[in-house]
Design a protein around this ligand. Structure first.
Ligand code: MN
Length: 402
């Protein structure tokens, strides 16, 4: 019986070729939305170090904070703006002349002007109306542009905004010279298929550059950011480790690696410091990197099951999509309940103990029962101890038998 031919991998990734020539730019908001996370405060020294690391990674823009908050916040933004970094330094503002003036005073070369566009935000939070929103954005953008800075116009809660009004808002900002519009999925209420359609229509209607700002409330921040990029968005707002309000934002490392390995778009980011940067930011935030976090979690290159470990030892590509050193991690073969005899052979060899395949197989039942008893995988020294007990017992048996 003849089988119908299924799609080739190339056909499964039709986007790759379309996206190759598009320049995607990263705007990192670890210092603004990341720090806005409930319970997170960075010291100014930490902020400066984070800004340097982001610049080293190669992000195009660093959203450094909210200048109008004043005090330490304003001081460090001014410092970051004057550090001579390659990245553009963006200050976050409400649609207010005095907010924007403070960003300008700090030396920011770019400003985000943020205004809510959904009726629920306009009516209940701002207690204004749509006409007020349009007037405010016109005035603010005109003021910022007359001062010669790059202007990102943020549509807060864009996901729940009436589409016709979103276009009106974008066009009002565009008429005053806005450089891009940030589509904010403020509450993480989108899914990739709808995101694609809305962003595509937004670009078709306005021709404006679009930036994706996505939240992870349903675990779709990265997927939604990619959907927006497929639709033609050219900027992505990310945070280190996905830090951000509630469930967080799209993670910098995940967006970069997904673009590279799933879409064939290499942003030229220095990914080798991803683990170092994420670890630093998480510590500064009083958090830890979850073991299972995509890209830089401690488990991403850890293999325990016999079949997986055997495959990886023969050819890492069997179970790894990219090599660990590309993100600053190391491969780990873990000995535990699911290990096979080859793993045991290989692990013991690391300690200069060379066992036969038969002996490795004979050790397996003890390895498994210990892992079950301890309710975890085994430390290397525990495996060595199991081996020593095994050989001692064998010697004792052979001595008594002779
Ligand atoms: Mn946000």
């Amino acid at each position: 019986m003849e089988h119908k031919k299924v799609m080739e991998l190339d056909e499964l990734l039709p986007i790759e070729s379309k996206m190759k020539d598009v320049k995607i730019k990263l705007d990192d908001t670890t210092l603004r939305d990341g720090e806005q996370t409930a319970g997170v405060v960075f010291t100014n020294d930490e902020k400066i170090k984070i800004a340097r690391m982001l610049d080293k990674l190669g992000v195009e823009q660093i959203e450094a904070g909210i200048p109008v908050m004043g005090g330490d916040e304003r001081e460090v933004i001014e410092q970051i703006a004057n550090m001579g970094l390659k990245a553009s330094i963006l200050g976050w503002n409400r649609a207010s002349i005095s907010d924007i003036q403070t960003s300008l005073d700090c030396g920011c070369d770019a400003v985000a002007i943020s205004l809510a566009t959904s009726d629920i935000h306009i009516k209940t939070k701002l207690q204004k109306d749509r006409a007020w929103v349009l007037n405010s954005i016109r005035e603010s953008v005109a003021f910022a542009k007359s001062n010669g800075v790059y202007v990102s116009v943020n549509a807060e809660d864009a996901s729940r905004t009436d589409f016709g009004f979103l276009i009106e808002y974008a066009k009002a900002a565009q008429a005053e010279g806005a450089d891009r519009i940030r589509f904010c999925d403020t509450i993480g209420a989108m899914e990739p298929f709808r995101m694609y359609q809305v962003v595509k229509a937004l670009i078709e209607e306005t021709g404006l550059e679009v930036e994706m700002h996505t939240h992870n409330d349903f675990g779709m921040a990265v997927a939604n950011a990619l959907a927006g990029i497929h639709a033609g968005a050219t900027w992505v707002n990310v945070t280190v480790g996905g830090l951000g309000e509630r469930a967080g934002n799209a993670a910098l490392d995940e967006v970069v690696m997904a673009l590279k390995y799933l879409e064939g778009v290499d942003l030229g980011t220095d990914t080798t410091i991803f683990h170092e940067v994420t670890d630093f930011v998480m510590r500064a935030a009083g958090r830890t990197i979850p073991a299972w976090k995509p890209i830089v979690g401690s488990n991403i290159f850890a293999h325990e099951s016999g079949i997986h470990a055997d495959g990886v030892l023969k050819n890492p590509k069997t179970y790894e999509i990219f090599p660990p050193d590309e993100v600053g991690l190391e491969r780990q073969i873990v000995v535990g309940k699911h290990s096979g005899s080859k793993t045991i052979e290989m692990k013991l060899a690391e300690f200069g103990i060379f066992v036969s395949r038969e002996d490795a197989a004979a050790l397996l039942p003890t390895v498994r029962s210990k892992a079950i008893e301890f309710n975890r995988s085994l430390f290397d020294k525990e495996l060595v101890k199991i081996y020593k007990d095994f050989t001692e017992e064998r010697e004792a048996t052979s001595t008594s038998a002779s």
